[in-house]
Write a protein that binds this ligand. Structure first.
Ligand SMILES: [Fe+2]
Length: 190
């Protein structure tokens, strides 16, 4: 298996979170991939290298930076809605219905948010896990007060639980995955 996928499996497994461990089990079942194709970089990724030097960054941050040009940032067909990239955040789908590796059962990829960006409260049917690789940001669930989440934190969202992320000085680099009802049709945002 490509080191990228085996490293992500290890990270999700080590969290001890059952949803993350289910994702790790699913990653084990996908076909191998070479990650040889190159994609045009998205403008927001000019901030990506900052993630290498942030306090507490997970070692895998360096690997994501090294392979970033081989990840399909923003290449999701009909989703995300137009303007997401322009708003200072982007993500790629490594595995999923539109991913580099096709799988209709779950989605997994990498999320990036530039400094001083608010990703407003949003929700979806899928159960979701994020694992913070680098960047300390403010995260909100439901309408509770925003809470600081440091690198190497696992954040779990139940189906349709509203959630938001707010970056300040540091950008945010995280692994993300959806399980359950992974259709984009249920995605809503304030
Ligand atoms: Fe989400």
């Amino acid at each position: 298996m490509h080191f990228l996928l085996s490293s992500i499996m290890e990270i999700f497994n080590a969290t001890g979170n059952s949803a993350a461990q289910r994702v790790a089990e699913k990653i084990k079942t996908v076909p191998d991939h070479g990650f040889t194709e190159k994609f045009a970089p998205e403008p927001v990724l000019k901030h990506l290298s900052m993630t290498l030097f942030l306090p507490g960054a997970h070692a895998f941050t360096a690997d994501i930076n090294a392979v970033a040009e081989h990840l399909p940032w923003g290449k999701l067909g009909s989703h995300p809605p137009a303007g997401v990239t322009a708003s200072g955040r982007t993500f790629c789908q490594i595995i999923g219905p539109e991913g580099l590796i096709k799988d209709d059962g779950f989605r997994m990829g990498v999320y990036f948010q530039a400094p001083d960006v608010m990703y407003p409260s949003h929700w979806h049917n899928a159960e979701e896990v994020y694992y913070v690789l680098s960047g300390t940001a403010s995260w909100q669930k439901d309408k509770a007060r925003f809470a600081t989440q440091s690198p190497q934190s696992l954040i779990h969202h139940r189906p349709n639980q509203p959630h938001a992320m707010h970056t300040q000085k540091e950008p945010l680099l995280a692994l993300w995955a959806w399980v359950g009802d992974i259709g984009f049709e249920s995605y809503g945002i304030e």
